[in-house]
Design a protein. Structure first.
Length: 158
């Protein structure tokens, strides 16, 4: 996600990513006890979900670093990444949602969350709220992810 965010979010990656996160974390339609997953595993999942949300819907457009500067990569990494892209791995079906192109920018992803992805967003909110109420290290991490999620859903006026 940090190396090639545009390619990861393209071709339905945003929709599929959020749906998969809700399932992996046990935030299904039926209530699942958060204690069924290990603390370390849940913390890692929460960390990755937070990164996914922050990178896909940054608060400011200036927060997104240029592709070649992400993670201390070599200056030529950007050229190599543009050649490969997510389209090369389309046959795996990891980031596709039917024939949907998916939203291409942060505002489009925010709109999708409010208008089309209400079910997924509801499961994420409910699951994060449950984890936050449990307290402890996982609860603090869940509270931080919930705050980022609310920032994603916030209507931006320009």
């Amino acid at each position: 996600m940090r190396t090639a965010p545009a390619e990861t979010l393209a071709n339905g990656g945003w929709e599929k990513g959020l749906t998969v996160f809700a399932g992996v974390m046990g935030f299904g339609d039926a209530s699942v006890a958060a204690g069924s997953k290990g603390t370390k595993t849940m913390l890692k999942h929460l960390s990755v979900l937070k990164d996914f949300l922050e990178i896909a819907c940054p608060v400011d457009a200036e927060d997104v670093p240029p592709l070649g500067l992400i993670g201390g990569l070599h200056w030529s990494a950007g050229m190599q990444l543009r050649r490969a892209g997510a389209g090369e791995f389309r046959y795996l079906g990891l980031f596709e949602v039917g024939d949907s192109e998916g939203p291409e920018d942060a505002e489009g992803r925010r709109w999708w969350c409010r208008e089309k992805g209400q079910g997924v967003m509801g499961r994420l909110r409910k699951g994060l709220d449950g984890l936050a109420k449990e307290g402890g290290e996982v609860g603090r991490a869940a509270w931080k992810v919930a705050a980022v999620l609310e920032g994603v859903l916030e209507v931006r006026e320009e």
